[in-house]
Design a protein around this ligand. Structure first.
Ligand SMILES: [Zn+2]
Ligand SMILES: [Zn+2]
Length: 92
């Protein structure tokens, strides 16, 4: 299991949410990130519990780094930010 750490404090970041950003639909959080708005994008948001810094990762990037959770229904592992288990479709 890999952890995402704050670049300032070296603290493990808390996962906040995953947000879908779509072309022409600006988020108030990402309004000043025009380079991210070139198309539909799924972004995971993390926050440092030490300094409060927010870190954003595209799902493309975090796919290989996300911690894994074990599905309580089928017992298989999947990325922790999936709303449903990709194996059995079990919703948390
Ligand atoms: Zn920090
Ligand atoms: Zn499952």
């Amino acid at each position: 299991m890999k952890e995402i750490k704050c670049i300032h404090c070296d603290r493990k970041l808390d996962y906040i949410m995953t947000e879908d950003i779509q072309l022409g639909k600006q988020s108030f959080i990402f309004g000043d990130w025009p380079n991210l708005l070139a198309g539909a994008l799924t972004v995971s948001v993390f926050r440092c519990p030490e300094c409060g810094k927010l870190e954003f990762f595209s799902a493309d990037y975090t796919d290989e780094k996300l911690p894994q959770v074990t599905c309580p229904n089928c017992g298989k592992e999947h990325d922790f930010d999936y709303p449903k288990c990709p194996h059995c479709n079990y919703a948390k």
